[in-house]
Design a protein around this ligand. Structure first.
Ligand SMILES: Cc1ncc(COP(=O)(O)O)c(C=O)c1O
Length: 388
């Protein structure tokens, strides 16, 4: 066997992708499994987006492109971001994942600290470690809706702190930071002259009239310290396209583009054309709204069904497409809970340990209502079986 590098030996591969793969394997073997693991819309990509990519291929856009992205797409992203954002502040990447990874590799020296509210999206701490930084996890609770408070942030800042990660609407909790909460956090970040990474990949998936605020919009001082990561996967049902972007001050973008020039180079040219259509076609807002409404209905369905199951606690999510469920009453750790649930009831969900909390599980409701109904019925049966 080959000797692997320490950075790989120490890596925990993505548990969310592993659960999705396991559910797909069972399904292929003929098992009737309800997959609530994947953080992926079940909708197909809108036709006009696909058509734009097909047209690009037919036009012969099959060659290398600029590393940082097609100028028109960078321009469209800059325009969407607003403020004084220019294309030089935009890097087009292979999904939000690459933008985050590039950023960590670009910013962090060994020992630099990154503050990450916990529960967190599975990849943040691993990316920080791959870049030889130190992930400083800040535990949050249901009492603050799993959001970090200014006092908590302040208490975790050290001379080594480089970056604060915020993700709103959040994965895995579905919580949304309000304008005033972000204003207070921005003040701490500015006072300590830190950078903030705002992962805004769920910015269009909001429910119950909740509104999205980007921390970058709260004044010049915080704008200059904000790095935005986002992508096309969730809002436009484009997970397989692998298209995302990073918005940051030009020197950071230049650094990240340099890294990208030695790794993936440009995102596939025709994929970028699909992304450009998603941002500029007049049909987009209505389609995004239709998908958002469907997620909202599914969210309500799942919450109504969860309310009938004793022993599970959760907060009604206001965004993204996950419910973060407290299973502490069962006395089971999250991996055992998920394994038993899959074996007994054929429902796949993700153990909370992947997101930093071993007494929770995450379910995704980005799937059809019939599957959700069946899955929640099975989850109820499972909880009853634990009491026997
Ligand atoms: C919070 C968050 N950020 C980033 C990503 C990356 O998404 P992608 O690489 O598909 O753009 C995801 C995907 O699950 C996510 O949940």
């Amino acid at each position: 066997m080959a000797r692997l590098a320490q950075r790989i030996i120490q890596l925990t591969p993505s548990l969310t992708l592993a659960v999705t793969a396991q559910a797909a394997q069972l399904r292929a073997a003929g098992v009737d499994v309800c997959g609530l693991g994947a953080g992926e819309p079940d909708f197909d990509t809108p036709d006009f987006i696909k058509q734009a990519a097909k047209d690009a291929l037919d036009r012969g856009e099959t060659k290398y492109g600029p590393v940082g992205g097609h100028p028109e797409l960078r321009q469209a992203i800059a325009q969407m971001v607003g403020r004084s954002c220019t294309p030089a502040q935009v890097l087009v990447t292979v999904g939000g994942k690459q933008s985050l990874y590039n950023l960590m590799m670009t910013l962090l020296d060994p020992g630099d600290e990154v503050i990450i509210p916990s529960p967190y999206w599975v990849s943040y701490p691993e990316m920080v470690r791959l870049a030889e930084g130190r992930a400083v996890l800040v535990p949050t609770t249901r009492a603050t809706e799993y959001k970090i408070t200014p006092a908590q942030l302040q208490a975790h800042i050290t001379p080594q702190t480089r970056l604060v990660v915020l993700n709103s609407p959040g994965n895995p909790t579905g919580m949304v930071y309000t304008h005033s909460e972000l204003t207070a956090l921005a003040q701490v970040i500015v006072d300590h002259d830190l950078l903030v990474l705002s992962d805004e990949i769920y910015d269009q998936l909001l429910y119950d009239g909740a509104t999205f605020t980007s921390i970058s919009s709260l004044g010049d001082e915080i704008w200059q310290r904000t790095i935005i990561s986002s992508g096309f996967s969730k809002s436009y049902a484009m997970t397989g396209w692998r298209l995302g972007y990073l918005v940051a001050p030009p020197d950071i973008i230049q650094g990240a583009a340099g890294l990208q020039s030695h790794s993936t180079s440009n995102v596939a040219t025709f994929v970028q054309r699909g992304g450009l259509a998603a941002l500029t076609d007049p049909r987009t807002p209505a389609i995004v709204q239709t998908m958002r409404r469907a997620f909202e209905e599914r969210r309500s369905l799942v919450c109504d069904l969860l309310d009938t199951i004793p022993g599970l606690a959760y907060l009604r999510p206001q965004g993204a497409f996950y419910v973060w469920i407290d299973i502490a009453s069962t006395g089971l750790d999250s991996t055992t809970f998920c394994q038993k649930l899959l074996a007994q009831e054929r429902v796949a969900c993700v153990p909370g340990i992947a997101f930093g909390a071993d007494d929770h599980i995450r379910i995704s409701y980005a799937t059809d209502p019939q599957t959700l109904q069946t899955a929640l019925g099975r989850l109820g049966n499972f909880m009853t079986s634990l009491k026997k």
